[in-house]
Write a protein that binds this ligand. Structure first.
Ligand code: ZN
Length: 529
């Protein structure tokens, strides 16, 4: 019902619209600020008092486990995430982007049976052929000192029926930090020299075969070996990196630095070490692969997008906890909280949980190819993918106006979190490393929320120790607050962001030349075959 006094008011507003506008704007912005504060307080409170991170981590990392591209566990994780989002009232779907070799890891058991008994610590590599439901009993041998490719070919028939150790035997299983801490300065120097020399000798030995690592493994396989044993030591206590096998018929296994050294020395001294190996896996043919995408639809500008981003796949030597379980649960928790306290965003909020980042950012590259409507209208994307630590670096990714936006959005983040973060502008456009680079290459504002390391590179990245216990939940909680607030601010920003590229890109220290914009690369849509 319209009263005479309302009519009068309307008339007054009509008449004085121009005059009133500055006052109204002032009123709106101070009102918006008051809303900010309440919303931000709500986000912080929810993160700290009702965190779902531990539960999400348990369900994903302990129950589902690692998420190798093409494995049934990857699909299980996709389905789990869709279910979680739907439980939170957020619409989500699995979007097919390609196909991959379907492979499922089974058990690995490795025992030393002669000259003494010991259960060895090791595991098969991803995509390793199985031992076909039975155990192999075979002698382990090492590569001899060879003079050239002819002598290697002459030796090769000796591998028939044997397990062949093809990695370097480390001169010490202690991390360099440990040597530095406890050895005298002279002894530490001596150790480093001996280690460098051993590496040189080993590399020269492999070079003399005339083969690279992959061709060497295949030559040994073709010569009738029973299996290949490697040690991809990650230079820390207890850690090996577990990647994919090069063999197609015989198993490839990684032994810990301690047990690899044990078997190696036994073979070297003529003690003929005998190993019993059972290594199971299943082939599932060619299987579809997916990104999980969830959405909270924007109310005023639904065709402009603010995205959260973290790859969902992992290597499978452990559970993929810090690579990238931590980024995954961070983005899921941020979405849950945004839906709860900011259910009607101005712009559309999307989250991308990408497949096959580990084989070359394939899921995100495919999304960029398949969704020009998102990429062309992207307000900003925030990706996290370097471990469990609190975010300490945000760069402008080479966009000329990044500083304006990032500074404005960060201003709303609590001091205790933002004071930890170093920013660099215009920054360098990311050419790879994680999924934000897929967007940057397409000229879209993809930002990396870069974390402090917690020894990521040595201890958890692609290792056999990347498990739940390595997560530092309070650091992830701080990242959830950051991500949720950045998304909120980017959604509410009065301006559409600019994708203008900076002309003052930094100089590459290695080449001495100014950095050029990275080129978009195509997703591998069919892989592992
Ligand atoms: Zn990663």
């Amino acid at each position: 019902m319209v009263t005479p006094s309302d009519n009068l008011k309307n008339k007054y507003i009509q008449m004085n619209k121009k005059l009133l506008l500055p006052t109204l704007l002032l009123f709106t912005s101070s009102f918006a600020f008051a809303q900010d504060k309440k919303l931000i307080d709500n986000i912080v409170k929810e993160v700290n008092e009702n965190s779902q991170l531990e539960k999400l981590a348990h369900e994903l990392l302990d129950v589902v486990g690692p998420r190798l591209v093409g494995s049934p566990q990857m699909k299980q994780a996709n389905d789990w995430a869709v279910k979680k989002y739907s439980d939170w009232g957020i619409s989500a779907k699995n979007e097919k982007w390609g196909e991959w070799r379907g492979w499922e890891r089974g058990v690995t058991h490795i025992d030393l049976v002669s000259p003494r008994l010991r259960t060895l610590e090791g595991t098969q590599l991803a995509w390793s052929p199985s031992t076909n439901g039975k155990a192999i009993n075979a002698e382990a041998v090492i590569l001899p000192a060879i003079t050239d490719s002819v002598s290697f070919q002459k030796w090769l028939p000796n591998v028939k029926g044997k397990l062949v150790l093809i990695s370097m035997n480390q001169i010490s299983g202690r991390p360099e930090k440990n040597w530095e801490e406890f050895a005298t300065k002279d002894l530490f120097e001596k150790y480093k020299k001996e280690k460098a020399e051993a590496l040189k000798v080993f590399a020269a030995g492999i070079a003399k075969t005339g083969l690279n690592a992959k061709a060497l493994a295949l030559a040994i396989e073709n010569a009738g070996a029973a299996g290949i044993i490697i040690n991809n030591w990650s230079q820390g206590f207890g850690v090996d990196k577990i990647f994919g096998a090069n063999t197609t018929k015989i198993p490839t296994l990684d032994l810990s630095v301690e047990d690899y050294g044990l078997v190696y020395r036994l073979a070297q001294s003529g003690n003929k070490p005998m190993l019993k190996i059972e290594s199971a896996s299943k082939e599932h043919g060619v299987v579809p692969t997916f990104n999980t995408i969830a959405e909270i639809k924007g109310k005023q500008k639904p065709k402009e997008y603010v995205m959260l981003s973290a790859h969902f796949d992992s290597w499978d030597g452990a559970s993929g906890a810090t690579d990238n379980g931590s980024g995954t649960i961070m983005m899921m928790e941020a979405m849950r909280i945004l839906k709860k306290f900011y259910p009607n965003p101005k712009r559309t909020i999307l989250v991308g949980h990408w497949g096959s980042e580990e084989q070359g950012l394939n899921g995100s590259r495919a999304f960029v190819e398949d969704h020009p409507e998102v990429v062309g209208n992207l307000q900003a994307l925030f990706n996290q993918d370097n471990g469990t630590g609190r975010v300490v670096n945000i760069g402008g990714q080479g966009f000329a106006k990044s500083k304006d936006y990032i500074t404005r959005w960060l201003a709303a983040v609590p001091d205790t979190i933002k004071n930890q973060i170093k920013t660099s502008f215009p920054g360098t456009p990311g050419a790879g490393g994680s999924d934000f680079a897929s967007f940057v290459a397409a000229g879209a504002l993809g930002y990396s929320l870069s974390s402090t390391s917690w020894d990521y590179g040595t201890y958890t990245w692609h290792t056999n120790r990347d498990s739940y216990d390595k997560l530092v939940f309070d650091e992830i909680r701080s990242n959830v607050i950051l991500a949720a607030i950045m998304v909120y601010m980017a959604c509410e920003d009065l301006e559409k962001t600019s994708t203008e590229k900076a002309t003052d890109l930094p100089v590459n220290e290695r080449t001495g030349k100014q950095v050029t914009w990275p080129e978009a690369r195509k997703a591998t849509r069919k892989g592992g075959l």
